[in-house]
Write a protein that binds this ligand. Structure first.
Ligand code: NDP
Ligand code: GUE
Length: 285
């Protein structure tokens, strides 16, 4: 008789709450000491409804943590040069301590050029080349928020990536690529899969740790999850659906992140935490 045992859930909501509480204390202390509250600038190009919602969520969470936010809404017709100029102004503005450029920005814009216009000391979303380099070498610096939140969850649940086979599905600049580099820095054996990967199922079946970061609802199925694997679902598709087929994967995994309540809240917690750290450094406190 085979007995199936469902995986334990990795509770991102609970861990994120503790991080945000701690961050709010640090923000209050900094404000008290310097007379200035930490400030995050959010920049959004266009009016994509999902992006509008995410940015609003980030602003609300900032307010609750005692971080002020300044929002810059730009029309969908904004050019790369205009966006770069806006980000340079915010980079030079002493009243702004952290900058978040909401991704994606639209195909007519050179997103990399825009990211590189963010001053590294204000790159609290961890999207610049400078941040990618420090992340990859395991050096201090700002991490990409979703990858940083994922590694924090692994730590919390006692998962040490060292020596484990990690398979990252997706290689975007803000998610897939940096999460693989963070896992490599923690001594995992990392494989990246992407749209040109020939046999995705075969690769995923080898994984001790799977990170799904694709944007395709329920692409990763339980039958491809190695029994006992740790499954991280970073996907966030319309209708609150992840990139992992939760119902089948939960029967094979040892640990799994739910959607919602897994990776999402950790992303925002990491953003707030890094904003307060950036403000502390810039205010010389
Ligand atoms: N919870 C959170 O905080 C966050 C969640 N997300 C979510 O994560 C998901 C991914 O986001 P993001 O990285 O920005 O997305 P992108 O669209 O930028 O990247 C998707 C990646 O998936 C790869 N891919 C596409 N189709 C397949 C396929 N069939 N098989 C294997 N790989 C494939 C692409 O490959 P290629 O490079 O070859 O094109 C690409 O590398 C989305 O659901 C998004 O909403 C994103 C950011 C934060
Ligand atoms: N430069 C950039 N940085 C990002 O970090 C970034 C981005 N661009 N573009 C879009 C994605 C998406 N994203 C999410 C953040 C939090 C939740 C989140 O907190 N979700 C909750 C549910 C919230 C709800 O729907 O009520 C959860 O999963 O439990 C989801 C998605 C960050 N992104």
């Amino acid at each position: 008789m085979t007995q199936t045992r469902a995986a334990r859930l990795m509770d991102g909501t609970a861990l994120a709450r503790r991080i945000v509480e701690d961050t709010a204390r640090r923000a209050a202390e900094l404000t008290e000491r310097t007379g200035t509250a930490p400030c995050l600038a959010t920049v959004l190009v266009g009016e994509d409804p999902a992006s509008v919602t995410y940015v609003r969520m980030k602003q609300n969470r900032c307010r609750k943590a005692g971080i002020t936010s300044r929002h810059v809404a730009l029309p969908a017709t904004t050019t790369t040069d205009e966006l770069v100029a806006t980000l340079r102004e915010l980079s030079a503005d002493p009243g702004v301590h952290g900058i978040l450029l909401q991704h994606p920005v639209g195909d007519h814009i050179d997103e990399r050029a825009a990211f590189e216009a963010i001053a590294p000391e204000k790159d609290v979303d961890g999207v610049t080349f400078a941040s990618f380099a420090t992340m990859s070498f395991g050096l201090p610096g700002f991490v990409s928020c979703t990858p940083g939140g994922i590694v924090r969850l692994l730590d919390e649940y006692g998962v040490d990536p060292a020596g484990k086979r990690a398979v990252v599905v997706g290689r975007s600049a803000i998610l897939g690529k940096p999460v693989g580099m963070l896992l490599l820095a923690r001594d995992a054996t990392v494989t990246y899969c992407h749209s040109r990967t020939r046999d995705l199922s075969a690769a995923v079946r080898e994984a001790d740790i799977v990170v799904a970061a694709v944007g395709r609802p329920r692409l990763i199925r339980g039958q491809d999850v190695k029994p006992g694997a740790v499954v991280i679902d970073a996907g966030y598709n319309p209708g609150n659906v992840g990139d992992v087929d939760f119902d089948s994967a939960v029967e094979r995994a040892s640990l799994i992140t739910p959607v919602p309540g897994g990776v999402g809240p950790m992303t925002i917690a990491t953003l707030l935490e890094q904003t307060v750290t950036a403000a502390g450094r810039q205010l010389g406190a």
